[in-house]
Design a protein around this ligand. Structure first.
Ligand code: UFG
Length: 325
């Protein structure tokens, strides 16, 4: 059985939907940002907090858990600058409690959701895993701290782990039964689509004077279903003993500017956006694009969905409308 912590969130719920096809799954989620209705009905569900050791100990005693996949975190860069305590408490301290309970119960396999924000401001076109990790905000630092803890736990307690550094997760499940549902929404693609549905009066483009061809920021958008597949490959590599520890980037290897993303949304939906150009948003690097060659060579993963397909799947989901919780 696999424990998915944060399985009611955006990325976690997509992983659960794939994972229940082959494994027994139990989800732990406190529903602070996740939604019970996003969790596949075939998974067991426990509402609780990953910082609560008693809840964790009970979970590990009640279920024969062979691996933990950990998606539960706060993940907004701007908020992390204003409320670092929240980020270090939830993302670092609570994860430590989870790891402590795992070790107590002899559970040795762990898959961790990390982020491109661990790299800070890169000075290369394509970021590989060897690039220095110099995060520029508490969110990125909180994720990097856990990566360092994992390395120490591997040495001391024989923990086996895979760290997955996501670039810009986007899109929705092909069924449109689950998708992105943040409140408040801050991410580019859902904001554009909500605007094109008439739910927002306009789109703000944050900064037009970056050192990029059209002056707007470039990101590497990766379909959430591609992310889910990578997790399953990583899990199988841990369970089979093929891998003891590894860190991988998960991206498409192609960068799109904010303007290009808006153009693509207009093309896919056949609707025209009202755009306002504003100042830069603090903490945004000009360009973040991954090479994911390492996971391709080691586990055979590569992204299958391009930007148009990502947007088309998100559009189907947003058009349906989602009533939370
Ligand atoms: N943007 C706009 N207008 C908006 C929203 C976003 O112009 O209304 C721009 C941002 O400035 C950025 C790009 O669109 O240049 C993408 O922004 P998102 O908020 O969608 O995503 P981020 O790249 O900021 O964040 C993502 C993940 C974070 C992670 C970060 C790493 O969501 O969890 O990448 O830098 F930390």
């Amino acid at each position: 059985m696999i424990l998915v912590v944060g399985g009611a969130g955006y990325i976690g719920s997509h992983l659960v939907k794939e994972l229940v096809e082959t494994k027994e799954v139990v989800v732990l989620d406190n529903l602070s940002t996740g939604h019970r209705s996003l969790v596949d009905r075939r998974a067991h569900f426990v509402e609780g907090d990953l910082g609560d050791k008693a809840v964790l100990d009970k979970l590990f005693s009640n279920y024969p858990i062979e691996a933990v996949m950990h998606f539960a975190a706060n993940s907004l860069v701007g908020e992390s600058v204003q409320h670092p305590y929240k980020y270090y408490q939830n993302n670092v301290a609570n994860t430590l409690t989870l790891l402590h309970s795992m070790i107590d119960h002899g559970v040795k396999n762990f898959i961790f959701s990390s982020t491109a924000a661990t790299y800070g401001i890169p000075n290369v076109e394509l970021i590989d895993e060897q690039q220095p990790t110099q995060p520029i905000n508490p969110y990125g630092r909180s994720k990097l701290m856990v990566e360092q803890i994992l390395s120490d736990f591997a040495d001391a307690y024989d923990l086996h782990y895979v760290v997955l550094r996501y670039f810009n997760a986007a899109g929705a499940h092909e069924s449109a039964e689950i998708g992105e549902a943040h409140d408040p929404e801050t991410h580019l693609i859902p904001i554009i689509l909500q605007h094109l549905l008439g739910q927002r009066p306009k789109i703000s483009v944050f900064g037009t004077d970056y050192d990029t061809p059209d002056g707007t920021c470039i990101r590497d958008y990766i379909h959430v279903t591609d992310l889910a597949r990578a997790h399953i490959l990583a899990l199988n590599a841990l369970l089979s003993g093929e891998k003891k520890s590894a860190t991988y980037n998960l991206g498409n290897g192609k960068g799109y500017s904010v303007k290009e993303v808006i153009d693509t949304c207009e093309r896919v939906t056949g609707r025209k956006a009202v755009i306002e150009y504003t100042d830069r948003r603090p903490g945004d690097p000009a360009r973040l694009v991954a090479t994911s060659e390492k996971i391709y060579h080691e586990l055979g993963w590569k992204a299958e969905y391009g930007l148009e397909e990502i947007i088309a799947s998100a559009w189907k989901w947003h058009k349906k409308g989602f009533i939370g919780k």
